[in-house]
Design a protein around this ligand. Sequence first.
Ligand SMILES: [Zn+2]
Ligand SMILES: [Zn+2]
Length: 362
Amino acid sequence: MQQSKLFDQCKHIGSYKKLVIGQTIQDLGWQLDKDIEQIDNLFEVLDNNPIEMRIDPLFGEHTLHSSLISRERANRPIATRPELPDLVGPDKCPFCAHNIAMKTPVNKRVYHSQPGIVSVSNLYPYIAPHYVTIFKRKHTADFKDLTEKNIQTYLMTGKELSELFKEKEENGIDGMWDFINWGPKSGASQPHAHAQRGGLYPLVVSLMDREREALKRRKQDLHGKDPFEVYISAAKEGKLTIYEDKYVYIFAAYAPRFTNQVDVITKKKNGKVVSNYLELDTVMIRSIAKGVVHVLQGMATELNIANLSIEAHQARFVGDEDYRLHWHIYSRESVIGGMELNDMYAVAAYPEKTAEILRGGI
Ligand SMILES: [Zn+2]
Ligand SMILES: [Zn+2]
């Protein structure tokens, strides 16, 4: 069985759990109760296919999901990177500048501080306001072609839209959601690089709200220690680091929901948590963009990934000082395949291996 150092580290933390389900079930420190019986029954059939089960150390006992890492599946040969079909070329692409100029009314556009960069109102909003930000002007259908400048633009426009939404607080908006989907398997409807952002209302509850609540309880368990700090030092011990500098920590998620998942966590700045886009500054933006582009390049060239999602998690505009701005980068090559019963996710690659590959020359 692969033993990761993170496990030992997390045992110190106290509320980390790990099971190994194989020919025998080994209790590796967790008080096994009736849960293990259920899991045992569920995976009896996998007696000869050892599976490692991981619980996200960020949330400890209050975890929102568990991950099954299958050594057997990890040994599968990786398929070659599929060519992305460029469904719509620049002529007809609704996100290319000439078509925006022709088709989107001026009052449906938000112009950003960078020349030519625009967000347009989504024609099919989840809930208004819902914008599509075209953060790269040139028609780009492959995230391998993104530059640091492009990611800086993605981040800066996120900050600018947050500021715009914050002005609408009187309409009840108290936060922002933000994600990028890339490639047909991610559900992206257009090949041109774009991000989606929208206003959040108090009663709209998403994964990031559930994360925030779990983290409050986790902090109590840790006697007031910051769960992000604890997780970062455990991830370093566990050799999950991909990129790090003064402002950002990027690593392979210990208990991923998707194979080759990478998480990007902002560090404290001058001793203060950066909790949402409103608190980002240009120095941090540059730093995050550098790390993210490194990850995207590695995902494309070393891991043959062509479809992914980048999901931002952040605090609401006020009142969540402990929650940090962070991003989950999910590879969307492996489709959710039926193992995700009750938030148990099956992934095919060891995060330690993902980190080693994506660290590359760094
Ligand atoms: Zn285009
Ligand atoms: Zn998150």
